[in-house]
Write a protein that binds this ligand. Structure first.
Ligand code: MAN
Length: 348
């Protein structure tokens, strides 16, 4: 697979993004939704922040307080034997899980797809009881004139997926939770198939430790049903433990092409592709055996959470597929692949 990483990678780094408050620092800018708006390329960045902390003996994080509509700060003592800090993304104290950062969504615009002007303030910020630990991993699907944004909402109630609609990326209409816990990696298909809307989603079964990709359909984008398991992790492969939809699927003459992520037993996240039937998108036609993009560059292997390439969006023009991806949960990168090469690597 020929992968041309941008020589400007990472194209957006934490230091390029202004924190939402003066006493906070941005520790990651990652997993951005991508679309075009007029002549601009839009990225909706996931910005992960935490309160600045000079005390070496504590880990400091922040959660959104719904009642007071503000962020509150929580300190965890590193010497408390009841608290587990082994995953850099999590703090687990006496069975209760917290995140080490809180994410919001921020707009960035560009005319060349590489140099982005990043807004100084959040576009979408945690705002309700489902979002107290932050909002993450937006995917943008244009349907008609409306951009629909699915995003992961995290709170002690679990990991849910919510929907927001916008026509201009200035005003946003919240449409509520569309997939209840534990469900993330939800992407909407651009347009209908035989009069129905479709979404890929990723429920989790904790009892059987399953992380599979499912597909559902809907008459109105609100009510989702007809759930079917679409595809599973593959034993001893790069996608052996978890899989989930990545970018918004797009139409090709041969079917819907979906670039998805998979994780292996070492928590290494890579990207692969799957081709779904044009008229029956619950049918898998072909899947890449090997990853089309795997963590290899230094900025993909080392960072806040190393060995991760994770996409929420791409742009496809003729044969050129520009994949935007989060590298090591730290920065935004992009890489160009050829559609023809992706098709050749599909195991038909
Ligand atoms: C999760 C995702 C992403 C993140 C990866 C790797 O599954 O939700 O937010 O990039 O893990 O940490």
């Amino acid at each position: 697979m020929r992968v041309v990483r941008s020589p400007h990678n990472p194209i957006i780094r934490p230091q390029d993004v202004k924190p939402s408050r003066r006493d906070f620092e941005v520790i990651g800018v990652l997993n951005a939704g991508v679309t075009r708006l007029g002549d601009d390329i839009i990225l909706l960045l996931r910005v992960a922040e935490r309160p600045v902390n000079e005390d070496q003996g504590t880990v400091r994080t922040s959660v959104y307080d719904v009642v007071d509509d503000r962020l509150v700060i929580i300190d965890f003592s590193k010497s408390d034997p009841e608290t587990d800090f082994s995953d850099p993304r999590l703090i687990v104290r006496s069975g209760q899980t917290y995140l080490t950062s809180i994410s919001h969504l921020r707009l960035a615009r560009s005319t060349d797809g590489i140099n982005f002007a990043i807004d100084d303030t959040p576009a979408i910020f945690p705002a309700n009881r489902y979002e107290t630990f932050g909002i993450e991993d937006p995917r943008i699907t244009l349907i008609g004139r409306t951009y629909y944004i699915t995003y992961v909402a995290v709170s002690p109630l679990g990991v849910t997926t919510s929907l927001i609609a916008t026509e201009d990326f200035i005003s946003f209409e919240r449409l509520g939770v569309i997939f209840c816990p534990e469900n993330k990696d939800v992407v909407l298909f651009p347009g209908q198939v035989a009069g129905r809307f479709y979404a890929l989603h990723r429920p989790v079964s904790p009892l059987f430790n399953r992380h599979e990709m499912w597909i559902a359909d809907s008459p109105d984008l609100h009510c989702w049903g007809n759930h079917r398991c679409l595809m599973a992790p593959r034993a001893n492969c790069w996608d052996e433990i978890k899989i989930g939809a990545g970018a918004v699927p797009f139409r090709t003459p041969d079917g819907w092409l979906e670039v998805y992520h998979g994780a292996d037993r070492d928590n290494r996240y890579s990207l692969g592709a799957v081709l779904l039937d044009s008229h029956k998108p619950w049918k898998v036609i072909a899947r890449t055996e090997k990853p089309i993009l795997l963590p290899q560059a230094g900025y993909e292997c080392e960072g806040f959470f190393g060995n991760v390439v994770f996409t929420c969006g791409l742009l496809c023009e003729d044969d050129k597929v520009m994949i935007y991806y989060g590298a090591a949960d730290t920065a935004i990168c992009c890489a160009e692949l050829s559609l023809k090469d992706i098709f050749e690597s599909l195991n038909m």
